[in-house]
Write a protein that binds this ligand. Structure first.
Ligand SMILES: [Zn+2]
Length: 402
C-alpha cells in the first residue's frame, strides 16, 4: 500500500521500449512473442506488439533496445536476507545491488535465518517476521522487490499464531526444518494452518545445510505438503535420486532448484519434471547468502547450466526463472503481458561468445550480458558491472533516469 501511495504522487510516466530484437515472455506455453515494442504506463505494461500497431503517443520515456532481447526481470525464489542490503553470513554489503546487476528484480525470502541472535521463542519469531516484512516493504535495496518476513516454525505454535502473522501482513513461511519442527505430522498441521490464513510455505529438502540444521527426507517433505519443495536438489546435500523421484511424482507442488545445491540432482529433477510433462512446476533460486557465498549471477548461471547440460531450449530455461516462479508465488511480475509490472532485463549475447545469437550462447553454456534493468518502469541499472559485457546495449533516448 505504501508503494501504491508513493506511485500516485509521482508524475505520470509513459515508457516506450522500441527496437526489441527478441521478446521473451516468461511463459512456457508461449516463450517468444512476435513483438518489437512494449509500452508501460506508471509501471504497468499496457501494450506490446509491432511498432506500427502500438500507441506510442505521449511517451515521457523512450528506450531504444538496439536489437537486444527483452525478458521479464528475474525472480530469485530462495534468498536469506537479514537487514537492508547487508548480510552477516559472509559479512557482505551491497549483495542485493549486485544481484540487480545480474538481472534479478524480485527476491523471495526463505527465512531471515542469518539474523544474529535470531529469536526462537514464539513471540520473538513472530516479531522478527513482522519486522522483516515491514522493513523490506518500506525499503527496496536498489529498487529490488524483496518479499521478506518468513518465520521458521517452532513447536508449540497454534492456529492463532498463524492468524496473527497473516493479519500483521506476513505472507510466507521460512523453510520448514530450519526451526524446531522437523517431524511430518507437526509440520503438516502448521503448514495447513498457514495455508488456511493465506501464508505460502516452503521446506528445507535434504541434508543439513550448516551445523545445527537437520535432515529432511522424502517422507517428511511429502507429509508436510508445503506449497514449494524448497531446494529439491539439496542445500547442499541432496536426497538420493529415488527419493527425488518420489517427491516429484508424489505431489503437484512447486519444485525449486537452487544454485547452492547439488548440480547433478538439479539436472535429475529437471529430467524427471520434463518426463512427467510438468516443467511448469520447476522454479529457480540461489539459496544465498549461504555458506557457499553470494552469487550475483546465480540465477543467470542456473539458466545457462540447465539449458546447456539439461538440453533445455534457452527460451524455456528463462521461464523457470520468471513466469514459472511468478505463477507459483502469485506475483504480478515475471511475465511480459498487459497488466503486469514493468520489470524487465535487457539481454544480449556476451562479447565473443561462440554462440551466434543470445539463445545459442545460453545453450552453449555461456552467460548472457545484461545491458539494462527496469523495475516498475524505472531504469535501475544500465550496463551490468557483473555480467560479461553484452554485445549490444539499450539506450534511454528520451526522458531522464530517476
Ligand atoms: Zn535450506
Amino acid at each position: 500500500m505504501a508503494h501504491e501511495a508513493q506511485a500516485a504522487t509521482q508524475e505520470p510516466q509513459k515508457l516506450v521500449i522500441r527496437n526489441i530484437g527478441l521478446l521473451l515472455t516468461g511463459m512456457l506455453e508461449h516463450p517468444i512473442a512476435d513483438a518489437d515494442t512494449v509500452v508501460a504506463v506508471n509501471g504497468r505494461i499496457t501494450a506490446l506488439g509491432r511498432a506500427k500497431d502500438v500507441d506510442q503517443e505521449g511517451a515521457t520515456h523512450v528506450i531504444d533496445a538496439n536489437g537486444t532481447a527483452l525478458a521479464p526481470g528475474l525472480i530469485d525464489s530462495h534468498v536469506h536476507p537479514v537487514a537492508g542490503d547487508w548480510t552477516p553470513r559472509q559479512n557482505q554489503l551491497g549483495w542485493i545491488d549486485s544481484n540487480l546487476n545480474g538481472g534479478v528484480t524480485t527476491m523471495i525470502s526463505a527465512g531471515e535465518v542469518h539474523t544474529p541472535g535470531r529469536p526462537r521463542d514464539i513471540v520473538g519469531l513472530k516479531a522478527l517476521a513482522i519486522s522483516a516484512q515491514r522493513q523490506f516493504a518500506n525499503f527496496r535495496p536498489s529498487g529490488v522487490k524483496v518479499h521478506a518476513g518468513a518465520p521458521c516454525i517452532e513447536p508449540g505454535m497454534t492456529e492463532q499464531d498463524f492468524k496473527d502473522l497473516a493479519e500483521a501482513g506476513v505472507t510466507l513461511l521460512g523453510e520448514v526444518g530450519l526451526g524446531g519442527v522437523k517431524d511430518g505430522p507437526t509440520a503438516r498441521q502448521m503448514v495447513a494452518w498457514a495455508r488456511k490464513h493465506g501464508i505460502q510455505s516452503t521446506i528445507h529438502t535434504g541434508g543439513p545445510s550448516i551445523p545445527g540444521s537437520g535432515l529432511i527426507d522424502k517422507d517428511v517433505v511429502l507429509e508436510a505438503d508445503t506449497d514449494v519443495i524448497g531446494h529439491i536438489n539439496g542445500g547442499h546435500t541432496a536426497l538420493p535420486d529415488t527419493q527425488i523421484r518420489c517427491i516429484c511424482e508424489g505431489c503437484k507442488r512447486g519444485l525449486e532448484i537452487v544454485h547452492n545445491g547439488n548440480e547433478r540432482a538439479a539436472l535429475y529433477t529437471l529430467r524427471i519434471a520434463r518426463e512427467m510433462n510438468e516443467l511448469h512446476r520447476v522454479i529457480l533460486g540461489t539459496d544465498a547468502p549461504a555458506g557457499s557465498g553470494v552469487q550475483p549471477l546465480g540465477i543467470l548461471r542456473m539458466v545457462s547450466m540447465l539449458s546447456a547440460l539439461g538440453d533445455l531450449p534457452a527460451e524455456l530455461a528463462i521461464c523457470l526463472a520468471t513466469g514459472n516462479t511468478a505463477r507459483q508465488r502469485k506475483l504480478d511480475c515475471g511475465i511480459i503481458e498487459v497488466g503486469r509490472s514493468a520489470d524487465f532485463v535487457f539481454l544480449d549475447r556476451a562479447q565473443h561468445s561462440a554462440g551466434d545469437t543470445l539463445l545459442d550462447s545460453i545453450r552453449l553454456g555461456d552467460l548472457p550480458g545484461v545491458g539494462m534493468v527496469v523495475i516498475d518502469g524505472q531504469i535501475k541499472c544500465q550496463r551490468s558491472r557483473n555480467t560479461p559485457p553484452a554485445t549490444r546495449v539499450p539506450a534511454l533516448v528520451k526522458g531522464k533516469t530517476s
